[in-house]
Every structure is written in C-alpha cells, then in structure tokens.
Design a protein around this ligand. Structure first.
Ligand SMILES: Cc1cc2nc3c(=O)[nH]c(=O)nc-3n(C[C@H](O)[C@H](O)[C@H](O)COP(=O)(O)O)c2cc1C
Length: 397
C-alpha cells in the first residue's frame, strides 16, 4: 500500500492546567500542567490527540509524494502508521481490495481540500472556528456592558489622539448628500415585529440590488474560455469574482412558502431547496443565529456562504483570499442594510452563527462553501425590548 500525509496539518502543544489535590494538601503548588500534542487537520475538522511518536512520524512523511507503507512501518512502527491511517492524518493511495471505508473517506476529504486551493492557515481558521451548538446569548452575556466593565474595567478609548488640538487640520462640516437619509437611519434591528411579513416586491428588490447581477461581463476583453464571466454587482468583490452565494431562509414573505432557497443572481429567481413549516423555519433560524432570539424572528434571513473555489481559482493558496471573502460579506451586508432602510424596513448581520447547523441544513461541504455570516430584515416593532441604536432611541446605552 502507498501512503502520504494529508495536505494541511498543524500540530499544537496544548497545555492543560489542573488542580493537583495531593499537592494542595501537602502545601505545595496546587496547579499542575500537562502538555498534549493536538493535531489540527482541516479535512477532518476535529481536534485529534496524538503522541510524541505519531508527531515525529508526521514530521517525516511528506504530503506530496506517495511512499510504501512497509517503509514507513519500518521507520515509525506498524502501530504508529496504523493509528495515523485510522485518524485520517495519513492518506492511503487507494485501489486496495477490501479497503476500509474509513481510509476512503479520509482520502475523499483530503482530495476535496486539495482541489479548493485554500491557504493553509485560512483553511485551519475557517474549519476550526465554526460552531455547532453554541448559544450566543448566554455565551457572551450579551448585551450587558456593565458586566464587561465590572470584569475588564473600562473599554479602550473610542479613538486615538495624535498631537494636540492646535495642530489639527480642521475640516469643513459634511455637506448634505442624497445618501444621508439612509446612511443616518441605518441601524441594527433587534426588535422585529413578529407578525409582519415582507411584501414580495420589497424582498425581491433587496435581493436583486444586493446579491443580484446588474450585468454580466467577460472577465477580460480577450477572454475566450467558456464561462469566463464576471458578475457586476452593487458591492465590490475581491478579484471581481463574487464568490458569495445567498441562501434565503423565508419565514414570512408574501407569496413564498416558508423554507430554504438559493437566490440565483443572474436569473433573479428563488430556487427551492427545502420546504419548512413555520415552526421548522423558526427553529432553523434560531439555531443558525446561535439562539439570538432578537434576530431569529426576522421574516427573511440570508446566509452568505462563499463558494471558495471561485475566489481561490484566481487567488490560489493566497494569504489574503480568506480576508477578501469576509470583506465581501461585509460589503454585501452594508448594501443590504441601506436598501432595507430605504425601503422602510430594518436589517441585521451576525457572525455569531452555528455554521455547522447551516451547512447541515443546506447540505454544504465546509471545505467548499464557507458560511461567513447571516443577515436579515423585516419591519421593526414599535416597542424595543432589546438594545438598539435606532434613530433617536439610544435607550440602554
Ligand atoms: C461582522 C458583524 C457581526 C455582528 N454580529 C452581531 C451579533 O452576533 N449579534 C448582534 O446582536 N449584533 C451583531 N452585529 C451588529 C453590531 O452589534 C452593530 O452593528 C453595532 O452594535 C452597531 O450598531 P448599529 O449597526 O446599529 O450602528 C454585528 C455586526 C457586524 C458588522
């Protein structure tokens, strides 16, 4: 059998601090620590404890060339090689009769990862910072700034100061502009009217003007490859690639059944993925936004998931490409907020999301589709129980 190391692998010497009760009663230092090697491989997506011998073997078996298993076993022992294959950190070439399913599955994940051209640190960051069952409400004790202040002291100042005021270059006050009305009224809504639904025309305009293609252009005037097209949208996108797909969770949009849809940016249609009843749609929204109930009842939520191969096709293993994906999501969200404000509804964005729940609901492979954030919109409730920066209403801050 031939084998090689998986494509991306980082090893962390993880320190675990614990109370040593014996030492405590003996009157010596009660804190004890042990260090354990933790292997972090994006194609597995789970932390794996490994021992020193396994760590050494992984440091000597390359990720590019296939080598004979027997040679590896001679150098690192049969036991070490078998365990690393079982963990999926060593990849079997395949083609062996009766190959265990586990080896084939590890190879498939490794092949999928290699095919995307992730920057290794970005792959690690993305796969290991996803949440599955996090409850953001209790996890971050939102929104009590008093508690934060009690624990950490006052926050750092709102801005930096350079020099003294007499050196300032004084600027003229901003002139009024046509964007002012929406810019100054934009805020993050945390109090949606739970009964109001979105008119279809309003939802359609928001989707088209935020996520839709305003034009299709050739990537370059001389581009000849079929499909060498760029979409022109109202927000900028790194490399003009627009990798962000918009998946719509409909709860209350007039004329559209609750469920999950893909918004097609060129044809301007919703492509049904899963029909849900109102209760299932709410449960999914609630889980997806990590129990932030103030967002879960918005009539329309939009999952922004980057199709990474679109961006990494150009920016292969690029140090900045993951940053560009998150910036793309930020631009789209601000455009969405402004369009919502203009239309008389309010919007939100959250990055505190249970990506794994979203991936499962949409059937997305995290190595190929990076779920970055969720935004949404709806009519604001007249009464506010959750804290907001709504115009003229800064209660609670
Ligand atoms: C990337 C990003 C993530 C955010 N995540 C959350 C969140 O998880 N929960 C929340 O209530 N608000 C979230 N917000 C909204 C901010 O809290 C909000 O923008 C901020 O309080 C300023 O208020 P404003 O948008 O009304 O000006 C997020 C905003 C951004 C840009």
């Amino acid at each position: 059998m031939l084998l090689r190391r998986c494509a991306i692998l980082y090893m962390e010497p993880r320190e675990d601090l614990h109370l040593d009760l014996k030492a405590l009663f003996a009157g010596t230092s009660a804190l004890d620590s042990s260090v354990q090697w933790v292997a972090l491989a994006p194609h597995i997506g789970r932390e794996l404890n490994i021992n020193a011998a396994e760590m050494m073997a992984l440091g000597r078996i390359g990720a590019a060339l296939w080598v004979e298993r027997a040679d590896c076993e001679q150098r690192h022992s049969e036991e070490v090689v078998a365990r690393l294959l079982e963990l999926g950190l060593l990849i079997a070439h395949g083609g062996e009769p009766d190959e265990p399913a586990q080896l084939a599955s590890a190879r498939d994940r490794d092949t999928a990862l290699r095919a995307q051209h992730w920057h290794s640190l970005a792959a690690l960051t993305h796969t290991f910072t996803r949440w599955e069952d996090v409850c953001a409400e209790t996890g971050t004790r939102f929104p009590s700034f008093d508690l934060l202040q009690a624990e950490y002291g006052p926050p750092p100042p709102t801005t930096l100061e350079f020099g003294t005021e007499d050196h300032d270059v004084v600027l003229p006050a901003p002139a009024d502009g046509t964007l002012d009305k929406v810019l100054l009224n934009r805020y993050t809504c945390r109090n949606f009217d739970p009964d109001a639904s979105l008119p279809l025309a309003l939802a359609a305009r928001l989707l088209q003007r935020t996520f839709g293609a305003q034009e299709q252009r050739l990537m370059s005037p001389t581009a000849t490859a079929p499909g060498a097209l760029a979409l022109k949208k109202t927000s900028p996108s790194g490399g003009s690639l627009h990798p962000m797909e918009a998946y719509i969770l409909v709860q209350r949009v007039d004329g559209v059944s609750p469920g999950l849809y893909h918004y097609h940016p060129v044809r301007h249609v919703l492509q049904p993925l899963r029909t849900l009843d109102a209760e299932q749609a709410y449960k999914l929204a609630f889980d997806a936004v990590a129990n932030q109930h103030w967002f879960a009842n918005a009539p329309m939520l939009v999952v922004m998931a980057a199709r990474v191969e679109r961006n990494f096709w150009k920016y292969r293993k690029h140090a900045k490409s993951y940053r560009a994906l998150t910036l793309d999501a930020g631009h789209l969200s601000q455009t969405f907020y402004l369009l919502a404000t203009e239309a008389g509804v309010s919007a939100f964005i959250t990055a505190a999301i249970n990506e794994i729940k979203v991936e499962q609901a949409l059937g997305l492979d995290p190595l190929k589709h990076a779920v970055i954030a969720i935004c949404g919109c709806g009519y604001a409730a007249a009464e506010t129980t959750m804290v907001e920066f709504r115009q003229g209403d800064l209660t609670g801050w």
